[in-house]
Design a protein around this ligand. Sequence first.
Ligand code: WT7
Length: 663
Amino acid sequence: MSVNWSLPFDERLVPSVGRRPVDVSQYVAEHKASLSRGTAFWESVASELDWKRRWDTALDSGSPPFYRWFAGGLLNASYLCVDRHASGARAGKPAIVWEGEGGAGGAPESRTVTYSELRREVESAAALLRDEYGVEKGDTIGFYMPMVPEFPVLMLAAARLGAKFTVVFSGFSSESLGERLADAGARLLLTADGGWRRGSVIPLKQIADDAIGLAPSVESVLVLRRTGKDVPMVAGRDRYLDEALRRVPAGASVEPEDMASDDPLFILHTSGTTGKPKGQVHDTGGYLTLLHATMNWVFDVKDTDVYWCTADIGWITGHSYVVFGPLLEGATTVMYEGALDFPKPDRWASIIERHRVSLLYTSPTAIRSFMKNGDSWVDGRDTSSVRLIHSVGEPINPEAFNWMHRHVGRSTVPFGSTWWMTETGGIMISVLPGRSMVPMKPGANGFAIPGVEVDVVDEAGRPAKALERGFLVIRTPWPGMPLTIHNDPERYKEVYWTRFPGSFYAGDYAVRDRDGYVWVLGRADEVIKVAGHRLGTYEIESALVQHPSVAEAAVVGVPDQVRGEVPVAFVILKAGAKGGEALRQELVLAVRERVGAIATLRGVYFVSKLPKTRSAKIMRRVVRAVVAGADPGDVSTLEDEASVDEVRDAYRQLKSEVDGTRA
Ligand code: WT7
């Protein structure tokens, strides 16, 4: 199995399936027609939501790139996701079907929250936030939570009051959490006494306590009891959620706040090339409009479906497609607390079997790990309820696609690789089983959704030829786009809108094949994707150079059969410091502590010099090429060419030691 593949692609066509099979030319015509309608196209989509007040202007483009969708419109995300469904035919329908990880061998714990129960819970939580914490429109609430139903309930409660939520993935370290909470200016932090993962407890509260030291804005902490283990509580600052909720009168009602379409719904941080993480600020009206469109076009969601997105709510995929997308549509969303292969490798397939999951959204990394565990784990389970699959987060290799399509999709169901990113808010490129679907190609992303124009361009911004690698851009503003980067509008302009003026630069390499399908190949910048999660090499490097023995560090990604990419570090030690196994382990640990477990280094290589330009900038491009065994290309700007050999030798030697001991 190879994770990276090269041209020519597997251009095998899998016949069109879905609601309305079309050929490429039909889709291209339909797509063109959507674009020619301009913003009126998106207005008709937005009209399908229940607005408190209709907008005045479809798109305010007064000061690009700070676009405002549906300006003048009023709505509330909590109303749309909860109230609308809580009192009609869907009142008794499961909104959330939750499954706990459970201990080894133990019966899985589960809980169903109907739409009417969801409304009660959201209103109680909103009453608590409002009455006991004075939360109001414009406030920011931090989340550092395990995957339990209270997590979306509290997000919806925040949205009901008009407070922004800012979620930090529970695998991030205290430093990462503190930095993000401080940047977002969170006043209140919602966390838990711990979270279950592979049968052990992640000490969320302890990590949060350390983080708060770095985030002076945090005044209060609400702690959900999940594990029941004792955790330190700071008097006057911390309270248990269940105890606090007991003070809320039964049946407390909280009216959804009127939110302007361009009021922020949340801030979510993404790793960038340099500097601190960027807080992407998402609006309310545009974001929900995009989710409504994609839940229908991409997922073909129906009232009879059981929908499961395996992502953690800590990432954008979870925000958009575990919580807001499915609930907006009144669907049943499955939420699973733990590891997909725990306690046995068939856990994920058994969730599909027991809950009769019909729509499945997962990642290439998950699929590759299922594949590695062997066919018997899935073939022994009844997954025939699945009628559609999509994957997200990184390119999917055709082998993984074909395996999943065969073993879960019976080689017949629609299956796509949806391209999007934290910044886009929702899916931008995909096949559309719920609308008009072109034939599938294993590994390809497909075409931009209607109303969105993407392109693959060369260095000069000219459309690249078919089969020529270029940069992925989005040509037109789209609903769901960021309002800005929190506290840094200049950076928003510079990172996304400067390289190709007038277009949004995604930071990805892509090609179009001869039929016009887009294939996103991977990041074109210093960002690596580990198991589909985005990590800035810079963040890992700064963790390394904080170690007293480290002078300089360069981090690059190397291919991994399951996780897509994993980071390795080349380190120059300070004079007098001694490299060796002990220091290596210390550095791996230091990165885990400072950034989080997802940043675990696969290798640490000690070198005396690194490839640098004459102005002393580390040339990661060269390091990357050496590690990949490729030609480093033009090295004429290198200050010292011997550094290339040194990196190569260090990598080779350790790699052969590691491979040798494994064998
Ligand atoms: C980056 C965004 C948005 C969901 C989770 C990731 C890569 C995402 C695909 C896909 C190839 C993909 C890109 C993108 N990516 N989906 N289907 N095929 N690459 O969000 O953490 O903001 O990362 O993920 O490189 O830029 P994210």
